[in-house]
Design a protein around this ligand. Structure first.
Ligand code: DC
Length: 230
């Protein structure tokens, strides 16, 4: 079948630094599918918390704040649309301030319920969609057409993240590796929707593969899931 004939949902979960976002976007383009970055939604929620001067550890205040915020994310792979109360925060959500606080905000169960409802509504509006996050196969879309869990060796992930940020100093690379470990630990050990592969997910290790090889592999899995590649 042709790539653009794909109908259904592909979930792409896994820790940061696996190349998940660039794989998910490229896959969506190849499939002619929509794309949803759920991490961007947690990051946008974090912007609303920081701007309200709320302590990210104060679950009740965080919940009130995120509940009152208007969070818009686009579902096109080619553009990054992220707005909080009408303000474009697409660049800001990638900054250190948001990255530091997003684990705490995303660990609040009421925040997760709120955003999971919005994620399901966005997915319901698309015939074909690639959704990336941490709990998409396990919690958000347990009936997805294909579930992929993307992993990579920790040192490979730290090097990739350093490359994206243009960092070469070994001490700074080590700091990035420590930050990745801290976030993995937070995301995997939280009580609500911890990071883990769904029982029926296909685990893909991207350590020795470039982006296009991973996209080809997942594309083949997606086409097979709906009746076989051409
Ligand atoms: O993928 P990312 O780095 O943009 O994700 C930002 C944070 O949001 C990360 O700490 C994990 C959290 N997250 C989550 O808890 N559930 C998701 N579905 C997506 C992201």
């Amino acid at each position: 079948m042709s790539e653009h004939a794909f109908r259904g949902q592909v979930t792409l979960d896994g820790p940061s630094g696996t190349g998940k976002s660039s794989v998910a976007r490229a896959l969506a383009v190849r499939l002619g599918a929509a794309y949803l970055d759920t991490g961007a939604m947690y990051r946008a929620a974090t912007v609303s918390v920081l701007d309200a001067g709320v302590d990210p550890q104060d679950a009740a205040a965080v919940t009130r704040c995120v509940g009152a915020a208007r969070i818009d994310v686009g579902t096109e792979a080619g553009t990054e649309l992220v707005r909080v109360d009408g303000v474009d925060v697409a660049t800001r959500i990638r900054g250190a301030e948001v990255t530091r606080s997003v684990s705490a905000v995303s660990a609040v169960p009421a925040v997760r319920r709120l955003l999971v409802d919005r994620q399901r509504a966005l997915v319901a509006g698309a015939d074909a969609i690639v959704v990336e996050g941490r709990d998409i196969g396990t919690v958000v879309l347990p009936e997805a057409t294909l579930k992929v869990y993307l992993t990579a060796a920790p040192e490979v992930r730290a090097e990739r993240r350093a490359g994206q940020l243009g960092v070469t100093d070994p001490a700074e690379v080590a700091a990035i590796a420590a930050d990745l470990r801290r976030r993995d630990e937070n995301d995997s050990s939280r009580a609500d929707s911890p990071l883990r592969p769904a029982a029926d997910a296909v685990v893909v290790d991207s350590s020795g593969l470039d982006r296009d090889a991973v996209v080809d592999r997942v594309l083949e899995l997606a086409l097979t899931a709906v009746g076989g590649p051409a």
